[in-house]
Ligand binder design. Structure first.
Ligand code: MF3
Ligand code: CO
Length: 261
């Protein structure tokens, strides 16, 4: 069941997404070699709660934290820990959700830690390009497969692979709603997109092969070949002509300055 949102509902979703974006700005300020992923989680938790939001990943199907913090070869759902210390040259994918005014926000960003190798920076750039190319396709009258194809095509042309085990999704009063938004697919396939559909589009792109392993904690997904992965996510509303991006990386950009990819 796909829930089309009214204009008022979309504005509420924009508010929850703005709060999440601001929380990521605070996280961005803290990211540096020597910082633990548990510290990042605490910063996000406090910021979201202080501003009236609910960190909605916390407790979701038993998930134990506000953020997912996935380092280097970890793709998604890495659990923050005081034992995970970020080091110079790492990348950390931060993913989280906020519930505000009855609507969930969802976005993700892969951050550099100190000086990151050029080939890894290139993976990050390409993954973010995949996200925006997918979003460009998320307009009224296109099909979901157009979004999926745009993402896969850009990633694979660059020599990377697409994670297939985890996908984007509809979002709204529920964190995960229909439809599933795969990061691979064929142009012209899938449902026709309608104005008022709200989607979390989230390419997870792998530098190496696409095989994925679930770690023993039951949450963390990593690449089998231990090559790095990047993950960027924005929540959008399908519109005529141009997708309306409800999430924001602006606060991250303000903090990272010329290190913003
Ligand atoms: N933000 C994640 C997503 O994109 C949420 C995963 S659920 C969690 O769907 F419990 F692992 F956080
Ligand atoms: Co999501």
């Amino acid at each position: 069941m796909i829930y089309l949102k009214t204009e008022e509902e979309v504005e509420l979703m924009r508010q929850s997404n703005q709060l999440l974006g601001m929380a990521y700005g605070e996280v961005a300020k803290a990211i540096a070699p020597g910082v633990t992923t548990a510290q990042l989680d605490k910063i996000a938790n406090e910021f979201i709660c202080d501003h009236g939001g609910i960190p909605s990943c916390l407790g979701f199907e038993g998930y134990p934290a506000t953020l997912c913090t996935s380092v280097n070869e970890q793709i998604v759902h890495g659990i923050p820990s005081k034992d995970v210390v970020l080091r110079d040259g790492d990348i950390v994918s931060v993913d989280g959700c906020v519930l505000l005014n009855g609507f969930h926000a969802d976005s993700a960003y892969t951050f550099p830690v100190g000086n990151v190798a050029e080939d890894v920076l290139q993976l990050m750039r390409t993954t973010k390009e995949c996200l925006y190319l997918g979003i460009e396709q998320a307009v009224t009258g296109h099909r979901l497969g157009d979004v999926s194809f745009a993402i896969q095509n850009h990633a694979e042309r660059a020599g990377y692979s697409v994670c297939r085990e985890y996908v984007g999704h509809g979002i709204g009063r529920n964190m995960h709603e229909d439809p599933e938004v795969c990061n691979y697919g064929r142009r012209g396939n899938g449902i026709v997109l309608k104005s008022g559909m709200t989607l979390a589009i989230e390419p997870m792109i792998l530098m190496g092969r696409r095989n994925v392993i679930l770690e023993d904690d039951g949450w963390t997904a990593r690449t089998a070949d231990r090559k790095p992965a990047a993950h960027y996510e924005l929540s959008i509303c399908v519109r005529n002509g141009k997708a309306d991006i409800l999430s924001t990386f602006d606060y991250i950009q303000q903090v990272l300055g010329d290190r913003f990819i």
